[in-house]
Every structure is written in structure tokens, then in C-alpha cells.
Ligand binder design. Structure first.
Ligand code: SF4
Length: 160
């Protein structure tokens, strides 16, 4: 979508197609400093890949701040990723024991009783309970697999 059209779409149109703001110039107000700042933050979020367009889109948006805020707040909310599922099991791709070339270091050290190969390369992207799971430094939950699932079963096939 044309970025200027996106910004202009925030300004309501009259039935004759003219922008409402232009028709009501005498009622128009410019954005307050707080609105201007919020609009710039929203524009940078919604148009993150087009920084060259930010000043022009912002200039148009502050001409009708109320409509622009409604438009850009809705677009930012729609573009936001869904919140993470706190109860989802971690995948091997989230495990600190998975190397860049896809090898499991825990299996290489012989720490996984249900895996015979020292060159085990897990392929499943499903979440799993694994005693070898090692959280990454930024993870909110820093408990390793043995602590998270102390009563883990021996070697069900679906864990491999
Ligand atoms: S979750 Fe288990 S199998 Fe997967 S990479 Fe980590 S230690 Fe290996």
C-alpha cells in the first residue's frame, strides 16, 4: 500500500470525497505534543520498514490527530504478534543444547537415556518435555529440564 495513502486514510472523507479535515478547516486543531509523539511512535511501528516515509506520514497525521491516532493504534494492534503461550512446552529450537548445525549437545554427552546416537539431530519442531532442556540466557524461566519435569517418563517414542 502507498504509505501516504495509508496516512491519508486516517482522515475521514465526506460523501463528496473531500477530506473532512479540509472541509472543516475552521474546526481543525493541530496535535498536542503528546499526540505528536504518540503518532510518531505508532508510525515507526506500523511502517517499520520505511523510515524515509516517517516525516511525511507524520506531517499528514498531525493535521488530524484524533482520526490518525485511531487509525494507527488499530494498525499497530493488528500487527502486534500474539502473546506467547506461557504453558506451551519448549521446542528443541529454544534449547541451549541445540547447536547451530542442529546437533543436540546433551545427546552427544550421553545425557539423554532414550537417545543412543551421539550425533542426534532432533527434527521435530513440536514442544516437548526433555530432561536435557537448557534455557537460553534471556528466557523468563531459567529452570533446566530436570527441574521442570522431575518425574519425566523413561523414553516414550514421541519425545524423540
Ligand atoms: S530439548 Fe532435549 S533433545 Fe532437544 S536439543 Fe534440548 S536437550 Fe536436545
Amino acid at each position: 500500500m502507498n504509505l501516504l495513502a495509508l496516512a491519508r486514510s486516517a482522515i475521514p472523507k465526506r460523501p463528496d470525497g473531500r477530506p473532512e479535515a479540509a472541509a472543516n478547516d475552521h474546526l481543525r486543531r493541530i496535535a498536542t505534543p503528546a499526540e505528536s509523539t504518540e503518532l510518531m511512535v505508532l508510525i515507526q511501528s506500523v511502517l517499520a520498514g520505511s523510515p524515509d516515509e516517517w516525516p511525511e506520514v507524520h506531517r499528514i497525521a498531525v493535521a488530524d490527530p484524533e482520526s490518525a491516532l485511531i487509525c494507527f493504534q488499530a494498525r499497530a494492534a493488528a500487527a502486534a504478534p500474539p502473546p506467547p503461550d506461557r504453558f506451551a512446552l519448549p521446542t528443541c529450537q529454544q534449547c541451549g543444547n541445540l547447536t547451530r548445525n542442529g546437533r543436540c549437545l546433551a545427546a552427544g554427552r550421553g545425557e539423554l537415556p532414550y537417545v543412543a546416537s551421539k550425533n542426534y539431530s532432533p527434527t521435530s519442531e513440536k514442544g516437548r518435555r526433555c530432561e536435557g532442556f537448557l534455557p537460553q540466557p534471556g528466557d523468563a524461566d531459567q529452570r533446566p529440564g530436570m527441574e521442570r519435569w522431575p518425574n519425566i517418563d523413561a523414553a516414550p517414542k514421541d519425545r524423540i
